[in-house]
Design a protein around this ligand. Structure first.
Ligand code: GNR
Ligand code: NI
Length: 170
């Protein structure tokens, strides 16, 4: 396994749409293992392939509380097939936008479909933090970031700081 470098805003790769995986190869399985290791090391509760600069539709997640032990999800070509009417607001952060958090309102529960590591089509239901996390990760596959769901004022405040920090590193 290997730790992979996580890319940060304003890297333009984070704004691109990722390509579906056509075939589950050993390279895809290694990518999933490396992404899981990278997510746990960060630490984070989810990671999408574009965050490691790979533009395919692959995500990993583990939203389990410490007491329950790990509950690692590896999803290939994940899709949301149903979203609830009711919403909930949760504080989100993103490994690609370090140092910033914001309250994001999203559908509270959902059904998702994805390919597992054996190539079987799976369906699952999620609510709470896992539901927020799946939506956050699938957003990454479509070039969308959590700050896009904030008010324009809050988003602008974060973006100004992101650009200023990026400039000061050059
Ligand atoms: O570690 C993370 N925490 C988090 C908290 C609330 C909602 C979503 C997330 S995902 C984030 C890791 C990350 O950036 N995944 O893309
Ligand atoms: Ni993120």
């Amino acid at each position: 396994m290997a730790l992979l470098p996580i890319i940060h805003v304003p890297d333009p790769l984070l704004r691109q749409v990722a390509e579906p995986v056509a075939e589950i190869t050993p390279a895809i399985l290694k990518q999933l293992d490396d992404m899981a290791e990278t997510m746990y090391d960060a630490p984070g509760i989810g990671l999408a392939a574009p965050q490691i600069g790979v533009m395919n539709r692959v995500i990993v997640m583990d939203c389990a509380k410490d007491e329950d032990g790990p509950e690692l999800w590896k999803m290939i070509n994940p899709e949301i097939i149903q979203l609830s009417e009711d919403t909930s607001k949760l504080e989100e952060g993103c490994l690609s936008i370090p140092g910033h958090v914001g309250e994001v309102e999203r559908p509270a529960s959902l059904r998702a479909r994805f390919l597992d590591v054996d190539g079987n089509l799976q369906e699952m239901e999620a609510d709470g933090l896992l539901a927020a996390c799946i939506q956050h990760e699938i957003d990454h596959l479509d070039g969308v970031l959590f700050i896009d769901h904030l008010s324009r004022l809050k988003k602008n405040m974060i973006w100004r700081k992101v650009l200023k920090d990026a400039k000061s590193r050059n």
